[in-house]
Design a protein around this ligand. Structure first.
Ligand code: NCD
Ligand code: ZN
Length: 345
């Protein structure tokens, strides 16, 4: 197959940031995606409908006129989130979902939730009205090994939420382990999961090839090959419970190449090309569209996109630009370091 037309993809998890970075990264997403769920972990975080509306306006100003794109806004849950305010902003259509960050789990998550039981009334309300809950599924206890944090979160927290509120629409975001694929696949009807291109492309060796590789450092951290294979299986076989959330997470180069480097991979620029290559490598190109453009919309109960995009296979591997300029700094673009022949036309 040298050419493939698919329904225009959606990205169910992006970090657009704000100010100078926002200006540079938004068009990289809007050129290939019709919609994206925008993460609320700014500093300070997006805590209410008013802040979400203002942030959305800042994003919309930057979308190039030729790109047809809708940002879907989220609220950052804290132990003080007011459930009727949350409900109002959902009902009025300003906010699409709420995001649960365990406190300290990742970039700008200090105001996250320490005790899940404290937010159960909010989650009950969300379940009642059909508002989706997005979860960064990692525990943060210092004694738990960083490679086990997702599995322990499933055992200690997610299972509790799913049993208490089986009707709550949940996305376990950016899953990284075999255990997560199994828990989601066999779990509640309303439990789905998103997967990033970098967790499909790389295993944890890529953080340490010949030296430390800060641009492959993200959270949840890359895992062993057996986990990557499990992600590949559920993504490429078209399983309806799994869909794309890129978790594209730009940081300035100096903040990544640092004695205490930030977590995050900026993958928006070549995401669809990389995915097409991976799906072709596993002889599953026919299922790419389900992963990028159908399963997620069905989970969220919204129409799939009308527009289509054309992906073409080139004779030679495509050349990736190395970075995007932001003032006098730059954002390094994710490159999986295997040949990628597919180009979005
Ligand atoms: C994200 C970020 O930088 O905001 N980083 C990351 O490694 N994915 C935070 C997140 O989604 O966990
Ligand atoms: Zn993220």
């Amino acid at each position: 197959m040298e050419e493939l037309e698919i329904i225009k993809p959606d990205d169910w998890h992006v970090h657009f940031r704000d100010n100078d970075i926002l200006k540079v990264v938004v068009p990289e997403t809007t050129k290939h995606f019709a919609r994206a769920i925008v993460m609320p972990n700014l500093t300070p975080p997006i805590l209410n409908g008013k802040q979400a509306i203002e942030y959305k306006e800042r994003i919309i100003k930057i979308i190039p006129k030729t790109h047809n794109f809708e940002p879907l806004m989220t609220i950052y849950l804290t132990e003080n989130t007011n459930k009727s305010e949350l409900y109002d902003s959902y009902q009025e259509g300003h906010v699409f979902a709420a995001k649960l960050y365990p406190a300290g789990a990742t970039t700008n998550s200090d105001s996250g939730v320490r005790d899940i039981k404290k937010i159960m009334p909010v989650l009950e309300k969300m379940a009642k009205v059909g508002m989706p809950l997005l979860i960064h599924g990692e525990v943060t206890h210092k004694e738990i090994d960083i490679f086990d944090r997702e599995k322990v979160f499933i055992d200690q927290n997610l299972d509790f939420i799913c049993k208490e509120l089986p009707e709550l629409k949940i996305t376990l975001e950016h899953i990284t382990t075999k255990e997560a694929t199994e828990y989601v696949d066999e779990g509640n009807e309303n439990l789905f999961a998103s997967i990033t291109p970098h967790h499909l492309a790389l295993n944890r060796n890529s953080i340490f090839v010949g030296g430390i590789r800060p641009h492959n450092y993200c959270l949840p951290i890359l895992k062993r090959e057996k986990h990557r294979k499990a992600l590949i299986k559920v993504a490429t076989n078209g399983n309806r419970k799994f869909f794309l959330g890129t978790d594209t997470a730009p940081h300035l180069k100096g903040d990544k190449e640092n004695a205490c480097g930030c977590a995050g991979v900026f993958n928006a620029s070549y995401c669809i090309s990389i995915l097409a290559q991976i799906f072709e490598n596993y002889k599953c190109l026919q299922n790419l569209e389900k992963f990028t453009s159908i399963n997620g919309a069905q989970h969220y109960g919204i129409p799939i996109n009308n527009e289509k995009i054309l992906i073409k296979k080139e004779k030679n591997p495509i050349l990736f630009k190395k970075s995007l300029s932001v003032g006098c700094s730059e954002i390094v673009v994710f490159n999986p370091e295997f040949p990628v022949f597919w180009k979005v036309a």
